[in-house]
Ligand binder design. Structure first.
Ligand code: GRF
Length: 209
């Protein structure tokens, strides 16, 4: 059973997919708290609708990092709620070593491309602009880089003629909502094995990576 915190800055559809998977018994986890760096983020409203603790944490005056006092506040909040595994879901800040080390090997993220292609912002637009024919999503461990940590799980989608950034992102998000609960359930079952960068796991949909 995972004791989860979900951290996001925006809409929270991935949080919703995790909460739905728990409710339907597909994911053995408890969401201890939902945290955002933006007091008005819809992810917090979604959490309240699920009767889960929803906390705004002031992360830093710098909009792209969690640092200094903000990092201390984040670690304190996560510990106060008993979170052990941290799922970043649309969180728009870089995590620095203080937070990474406080939850060593327990912070994961979902990214809307097949990494290592197209790290960083607006990955679906980067993929369209580049002209790739296949894109997708990646669930990965978080390290000090931007979208560089070891890969847990990927799911692909076709890039179709006539796609625009919105239609491609929507297709990728359908797969994100399957991939994130699946990756977490595999962690929950203790079926993830790390050998340096290489992750082996038996995923409950039968897929092996
Ligand atoms: C997702 O596409 C995720 O891959 C990226 O940010 C987006 C968040 O969407 N990191 P949501 O807030 O979960 O709806």
């Amino acid at each position: 059973m995972l004791d989860l915190a979900v951290i996001g800055s925006g809409n929270g559809s991935n949080f919703q997919s995790i909460a739905d998977a728990i409710r339907s018994g597909r994911l053995e986890a408890r969401i201890r708290c939902v945290i955002s760096d933006r007091p008005d983020a819809f992810i917090l409203e979604r959490a309240r609708r699920e009767s889960l603790p929803a906390e705004y944490v002031d992360c830093s005056s710098c909009k792209t990092k969690v640092e200094g006092e903000g990092e201390r506040r984040m670690i304190e909040t996560l510990r106060r709620y008993g979170a052990e595994t941290i799922a970043l879901a649309g969180f728009m800040r870089i995590i620095k070593p203080g937070l990474l080390n406080a939850f060593s090997g327990q912070i994961i993220n979902i990214h809307p491309s097949l990494l290592p292609a197209f790290p960083g912002l607006h990955a679906w637009k980067q993929a369209l602009d580049y002209g790739v024919k296949i894109s997708g999503c990646t669930v990965h461990y978080v390290d000090e880089g931007t979208d560089t940590g070891p890969i847990l799980l990927q799911r692909s989608v076709p890039v179709l003629e006539g796609d625009n950034p919105e239609t491609l992102h929507a297709r990728i998000q359908e797969q994100e909502h399957l991939a994130y609960p699946l990756a977490l359930q595999t962690m929950s079952k203790g079926l993830v094995h790390r050998e340096d960068r290489r992750i082996r796991g038996s995923f409950s949909d039968g897929a092996k990576v």
